[in-house]
Structure formats: structure tokens, C-alpha cells
Design a protein around this ligand. Structure first.
Ligand code: ATP
Ligand code: BTN
Length: 249
């Protein structure tokens, strides 16, 4: 099992994207094994499908953790990572929910997101896990953010919040534990933990592909394969993470 002691930390003042920086570092052989890049500012942060991720310099948590493991060996990684980060934030009594497949939600608004990417280098397979979390307020246009963005200081007294480095360390440790637990205990324990924090459950939703509505129905939770189930007028349909998104109807 990997522990904090196995993790090589890189701290930067500013970078385009911690996922991109770490991917380049692995591909160019500048890092190997388990590494974290933590930055104070990100100029080209990315979400899923190339969408942009906004961060406020010094006031947003932006880090990426690289593991020397192929993505297929880490099933349901975004759920696992979301759960790991949620467990850290629950220590501060932040009532975090998870929005399948990769968002952290609080009070119905987006608090953070997870971006997992896998690739091969000369020395083997690597998976990079990016985590973005709003600590202080961030201005995300309503049109882009849907229900809007939240941040930790709306829920926790700023005086008890740890530094970005301490927060990142707690998240990394929790992610390493969750990944190990998912491997050791199997995915059904992970799915049960996810279900307790499922932000979609019971809502009327629309399933979108590249922004276009495909069908709508009631969100029923994830199945034993990690797909999201939607109850429609034509019966139960499952949605697989990828190019599909859910939105409140
Ligand atoms: P999906 O449900 O498909 O994941 P999404 O809208 O959550 O869709 P993502 O790619 O997961 O999209 O996240 C990127 C989106 O998050 C951006 O398009 C923008 O709307 C929003 N966003 C960007 N920066 C922030 C931020 N700091 N806080 C909250 N929301 C943000
Ligand atoms: C999402 O909601 O789609 C995921 C957002 C992930 C943002 C983080 S910030 C650190 C890392 N670097 C990036 O460019 N993206 C992730």
C-alpha cells in the first residue's frame, strides 16, 4: 500500500494546469512513482471534455496526484476520489454531496471537481488525478456554472481551515486510503458510500450528449457497474460516464 512517505511533492507558484504539468513530467521522465503537484495559481485549468476550470490565486486548492498504475486497474476512480475528498471536508462538518460522475457539491452548488486521466510512458502506465476545490469565493458566470459555485469559507470558519498544503496532504492521504479500500474491499462498499452522498438521487434530470438532450427521467442512483440509472417513461436506462452529462430537468 502506498503511503504519504512514498509521495514526491512538487509545489509551484503558478502553472497552466497541474494535470498537464504532471503528465508532461511523467512523459519526459522527470518524475516517476507517486507524485503530487500543488500550485497556488492555475492559468489553464481544465474540467471534463476540455471545459475550463477557474481558480483564484492562493484561494483555490488545485493539485494533481500521479500514480504508477493503469486507469483500468483503478475502476470508478472519480467516485473514489470524490468520496475521499468528501471525507476530508466532512471533518470540518461541510455537508458535501457527490454529483456523478465527478463533482463535489455543497448546498446544491459546485464546490469542486475531479479530473482523472491515464496514459502510457516509457516506464509504464500512469494515472493522473486532478482535484480542484474552491476555498474562497470564485466568480464563475451563472450561465456556465448552472446552480453556481460554492466555496469552503461559506461553510467553515476561515480561522479553522488548514493551509492549501495541509488540505492537499489530507486529501492525498484520503485518496490513497480510498483507492486501497476499493481494491481490498471491492467496489460495492464504494458504491454504498457514494449512495449516501448522491446529489442526484430522486431528482428529475435530463441526460445530455454534447449539450443536446437525449432523454429525461428520475435519478435512481448507481448500479453495481457504476453506471447511473434513470427511470424513464420507457423503463430504466443506464448512463455511463464519458461524453454524457446529467442536468436538473
Ligand atoms: P458534467 O456533469 O458533465 O461533469 P460540468 O458542468 O460539471 O458537467 P465539468 O467539466 O465537470 O462540467 O466542470 C467544468 C465546469 O465547471 C465548467 O464548464 C464551469 O461551468 C464550471 N466551473 C469552472 N470553474 C469552476 C469553479 N471554480 N467552481 C465551480 N464551477 C466551476
Ligand atoms: C471538473 O469539474 O470537471 C473537474 C475539475 C478539475 C479541476 C482540477 S484543478 C487541478 C487539476 N488541474 C486541472 O487542470 N484540472 C484539475
Amino acid at each position: 500500500m502506498l503511503t504519504q512517505a512514498d509521495v514526491h511533492w512538487i509545489e509551484l507558484d503558478s502553472v497552466d494546469s497541474t494535470n498537464d504539468y504532471l503528465s508532461r513530467a511523467y512523459q519526459q521522465g522527470r518524475v516517476s512513482g507517486c507524485a503530487v503537484v500543488l500550485t497556488q495559481a492555475q492559468t489553464a485549468g481544465r474540467g471534463r471534455a476540455g471545459r475550463s476550470w477557474k481558480a483564484v490565486p492562493g484561494a483555490s486548492l488545485c493539485f494533481s496526484l500521479g500514480l504508477p498504475v493503469a486507469g483500468y486497474q483503478l475502476p470508478f476512480l472519480p467516485l473514489c476520489v470524490g468520496l475521499a475528498v468528501a471525507e476530508v471536508l466532512e471533518r470540518f462538518e461541510v455537508p458535501v454531496q457527490l454529483k456523478w460522475p465527478n463533482d463535489l457539491i455543497v448546498g446544491g452548488q459546485k464546490l469542486g471537481g475531479v479530473l482523472c486521466e491515464s496514459f502510457h510512458t516509457g516506464s509504464g502506465a500512469t494515472t493522473v488525478i486532478g482535484v480542484g476545490l474552491n476555498v474562497h469565493p470564485v466568480d464563475v458566470p451563472q450561465a456556465l456554472s448552472g446552480a453556481g459555485a460554492s466555496c469552503l469559507v461559506q461553510w467553515v470558519d476561515a480561522s479553522i481551515l488548514p493551509s492549501l498544503r495541509e488540505l492537499a496532504e489530507a486529501c492525498v492521504l484520503s485518496i490513497l486510503h480510498q483507492v486501497e479500500a476499493a481494491r481490498a474491499q471491492g467496489i460495492s462498499a464504494l458504491f454504498k458510500q457514494f449512495a449516501l452522498r448522491d446529489a442526484w438521487l430522486g431528482l428529475e434530470v435530463v441526460v445530455l450528449e454534447e449539450g443536446k438532450a437525449l432523454f429525461s427521467g428520475r435519478a435512481m442512483g448507481i448500479d453495481e457497474n457504476g453506471a447511473y440509472l434513470i427511470s424513464t417513461s420507457n423503463g430504466l436506462r443506464s448512463v455511463i460516464a464519458g461524453d454524457l452529462s446529467l442536468r436538473v430537468a
